[in-house]
Design a protein around this ligand. Structure first.
Ligand code: ZN
Length: 173
């Protein structure tokens, strides 16, 4: 997700926003699945709610874009980063290693990224309408960031608990 040019037209902006929100919803569902396995139903449910927010938001943007001819944006432009690994991680590969703190860190890093994305567009664009909508979306992401920071503060296990396990077969059930 490295846009060199400020987004100049509404169609491109909305297409990016839809892809970002749909990707976020999918990742939250994956994190929720992972935490169900790790028996953290509280945070799992919280991630389901965030997935629902993302889907609803995507639907709203799709409605906003009704009748517009949106460009196609590749989902991988918004693939989530895992802050603990230098490359974008396949979520499947980390499922069995994930604890709550790690899941929260991944979510926080990507909410910060989503905020930065919208914020930068709101700063860079010369289109008043894009500026208004992007600022609005940035504000929403800021709320997600605050929510995740709060959950991290409340989370009892530290990220230190999460380490690569070379022998995952020995993990307790
Ligand atoms: Zn968000």
């Amino acid at each position: 997700m490295n846009l060199q040019q400020p987004i100049a037209d509404m169609n491109t902006f909305l297409a990016y926003a839809i892809t970002l929100e749909e990707e976020a919803a999918e990742r939250y569902d994956e994190l929720a699945d992972a935490l169900e396995i790790h028996n953290n139903p509280k945070v799992s449910r919280a991630f389901r709610t965030l997935a629902e927010f993302g889907r609803k938001h995507a639907e709203e943007i799709i409605a906003l874009a009704a009748g517009l001819d949106l460009p196609n944006i590749s989902p991988w432009e918004f693939e989530w980063d895992d802050p603990e690994s230098p490359e974008t991680t396949s979520m499947d590969a980390v499922h069995y290693l994930m604890n709550t703190a790690h899941a929260l860190e991944i979510a926080l890093a990507n909410e910060l990224r989503a905020h930065a994305f919208y914020h930068r567009i709101s700063q860079d664009t010369r289109d008043a309408e894009i500026k208004r909508i992007a600022a609005d979306f940035a504000l929403e992401e800021k709320e997600h960031v605050a929510l995740l920071k709060q959950w991290i503060d409340e989370c009892p296990d530290s990220t230190e608990d999460w380490r690569f396990d070379p022998d995952p077969a020995n993990l307790p059930e």
